[in-house]
Design a protein around this ligand. Structure first.
Ligand code: PMV
Length: 325
């Protein structure tokens, strides 16, 4: 590994209590706190090399040279890192995801967490986990939650420094699995960065936000006590509330597809049968089926038998962003 370069790995995360809408779009300060679990096995691996001879930042994603918006967003985040690290040089960034990009599997969370960790390490600096989380947040809000390990809470706050994520419980606290039913591998039409500013146009957003702290408390407690039924109630409620806001915003955002609805309904039936499983969806059609590890094989085999399901991805609770030696 050349001098001035480093490689970091970060996992995407799935939100149990969702982040949707900012009090400050520029700083990505969320209107409510949120809770997530990191997804082990799915990862973004990003190398950053600060290079004094470069005249512009370069970015490859899954070995394809990026230009336009994708390069611009990475370059803007490199500007943030340059400012914090006191560097002028441009950087070469190479990133690989081992899961579909931009399809509601939080690829941007893993990407900006890994970019932050690698960029800081490549400059030979060590920053606190809290500060890494605030910096990652500037690239993609939910990336703040991919810095710490395991079950994570990200705090809503009025200032950049105070809106960070921290680990509530380590990965081995509860052996939950996210079985993602992939029904659409395509890139979503409207990404979350464009979606957040429209949240406040929904007449339902204020009601969603008003109840968010209560749901955060209930989900934190459910994880602490490993109480699956309580978790399922609030995880599904919170996902439904966020999608209700999305659908009633201007312009309306519909991420659910007929197959998403079919799977949501099956998940409720399977839970009534006794399986410990519940659903949640991010800004995409794919359904994240959260279950306890002993029920994961049956959940994934039932999902795979549906003609609408292209594939399933299973992830245990993952660790935090880390720099490779
Ligand atoms: O971090 P962003 O801007 O990609 O927003 C993520 C928003 C959701 O995935 C829909 C919800 C969440 O909390 O992860």
């Amino acid at each position: 590994m050349a001098l001035n370069s480093a490689t970091a790995i970060a996992h995407p995360n799935i939100a149990f209590i969702k982040y949707w809408g900012n009090s400050d779009d520029g700083l990505r300060l969320p209107v409510n706190s949120s809770i997530s679990m990191n997804l082990d096995g799915l990862s973004a691996k990003t190398s950053v090399e600060w290079d004094d001879d470069l005249t512009a930042d370069e970015f490859t994603l899954n070995n394809e040279i990026q230009s336009g918006d994708s390069l611009h967003r990475v370059s803007r985040h490199l500007d943030v890192l340059r400012g914090r690290l006191g560097r002028q040089s441009k950087a070469k960034v190479a990133s690989e995801n081992n899961f579909p990009t931009g399809a509601g599997i939080a690829s941007s969370a893993a990407a900006f967490a890994a970019l932050t960790a690698a960029g800081v390490a490549a400059a030979g600096k060590i920053l606190s986990e809290r500060e890494l989380s605030t910096i990652a947040r500037l690239g993609s809000g939910s990336a703040a939650r991919s810095i710490p390990a395991g079950f994570v809470e990200w705090y809503a706050a009025d200032s950049h420094e105070d809106s960070y994520a921290q680990s509530l419980f380590p990965p081995d606290h509860w052996n939950l699995v996210d079985v993602v039913a992939v029904i659409n591998k395509g890139h979503k039409a409207v990404g979350s960065s464009a979606g957040h500013p429209s949240a406040q146009s929904s007449p339902l957003q204020n009601a969603r936000v008003a109840g968010a702290e209560e749901r955060v408390t209930r989900v934190r407690g459910a994880i602490q006590e490993r109480n699956f039924n309580e978790l399922a109630t609030f995880v599904e409620l919170d996902s439904n509330l966020m999608h209700a806001v999305m659908m009633t915003s201007q312009p309306p955002l519909f991420y659910w597809e007929p197959a998403s609805l079919k799977i949501m309904s099956l998940i409720r039936e399977w839970r009534a049968e006794g399986l410990n499983v519940c659903y949640t969806l991010d800004a995409g059609a794919n359904v994240h089926c959260i279950c306890v590890r002993s029920d994961a094989p049956i959940v994934s085999s039932r999902l795979n038998s549906l003609s609408e399901v292209l594939t399933t991805l299973s992830a245990n609770v993952g660790g935090g962003a880390h720099v490779l030696p």
